[in-house]
Write a protein that binds this ligand. Structure first.
Ligand SMILES: NC(=O)c1ccc[n+]([C@@H]2O[C@H](COP(=O)([O-])OP(=O)(O)OC[C@H]3O[C@@H](n4cnc5c(N)ncnc54)[C@H](O)[C@@H]3O)[C@@H](O)[C@H]2O)c1
Length: 193
C-alpha cells in the first residue's frame, strides 16, 4: 500500500492518521480538511513523532484535493459530529452534502480508490458515497463494526479479560451480526458488568 488519504482532520481523522502512521504499513498519508492549516499542523505533529516511535510513514496536511492524487485508500471522516441530544440520523442532510462533495472531489484525482466511510449516520453515508462514486460495491465500505466490537468487549468484567483472547472470535462474530450501529449494539450489557 503506498498512499492513504484521510478526509477530515478532526478527532477521528487525526486519530486514524496517527494510528495508521504508527503501524508503518503505508508510505504516505495525506490528511485533508477544509481547515487546511489545522490539517497541516496535525500531520506535521504525527510525522515528527516518527523518529521517536520508529516508523517511516510520511504525512502531510492540506486543503487541496490535488495532493490526494493516486490514493489507494480514502477514509472519509469529514462531517459534523453529534451534539448532546442528537441522534446519528439528525446528521443526515448536513453530512450527506459533505460526503457527496468529498467523494466527487476525491475521484477527480484518484481513479478507483477503496473508500472507507466513517462519517455518521454511517450506513446512509456509506450508501451516499457508493452511489456518488459509481464504484463497485467491493470498493466502498463503512467502518463501525470494529467500534461495536471494542465497546462490546470493553464491557466484559475485568477478571474475565483473559477470556477475551479465547472468545475473541466469538465477540467478533457477535458484533458483526447485522445489528444497527446504535445504542442497541450492546444487547448483553446488563449481563456483563
Ligand atoms: N463510524 C463510527 O464508528 C464513528 C465513530 C466516531 C465518529 N464518527 C463520525 O465521524 C465524523 C467525524 O467525527 P469527529 O469527532 O472527527 O468530528 P470533528 O468535528 O472533530 O471533525 C470533523 C472534521 O471534518 C471537517 N470537515 C467538515 N466538512 C468538510 C469538508 N467538506 N471537507 C473536508 N473536511 C471537512 C471539519 O473541519 C472537521 O475538522 C462524524 O460524522 C461522527 O459522527 C463515526
Amino acid at each position: 500500500m503506498s498512499k492513504v488519504t484521510v478526509v477530515g482532520a478532526g478527532n477521528v481523522g487525526a486519530t486514524v492518521a496517527n494510528v495508521l502512521a504508527h503501524r508503518d504499513i503505508v508510505k504516505e498519508i495525506v490528511l485533508l480538511d477544509i481547515q487546511g492549516n489545522m490539517a497541516k499542523g496535525k500531520a506535521l505533529d504525527t510525522w515528527q513523532q516518527a523518529p521517536i516511535d520508529y516508523y517511516s510513514t510520511y504525512l502531510r496536511g492540506t486543503d487541496n484535493y490535488a495532493e490526494t492524487a493516486g490514493s489507494d485508500i480514502v477514509v472519509i471522516t469529514a462531517g459534523v459530529p453529534r451534539k448532546p441530544g442528537m441522534s446519528r440520523d439528525d446528521l443526515i442532510s448536513t453530512n450527506a452534502k459533505i460526503v457527496n462533495s468529498v467523494t466527487r472531489s476525491i475521484l477527480e484525482h484518484s481513479k478507483a480508490p477503496i473508500i472507507i466511510v466513517v462519517s455518521n449516520p454511517l450506513d446512509v453515508m456509506t450508501y451516499a458515497a457508493f452511489k456518488t462514486a459509481g464504484l463497485p460495491a467491493t470498493k466502498v465500505f463503512g467502518m463501525a463494526g470494529i467500534l461495536d466490537t471494542a465497546r462490546y468487549r470493553a464491557f466484559w468484567p475485568r477478571p474475565c479479560r483473559f477470556l477475551q483472547r479465547i472468545f475473541r472470535l466469538y465477540s467478533w462474530v457477535v458484533t458483526a451480526t447485522p445489528w444497527c450501529h446504535c445504542p442497541g449494539i450492546l444487547p448483553l450489557r446488563g449481563f456483563l458488568s
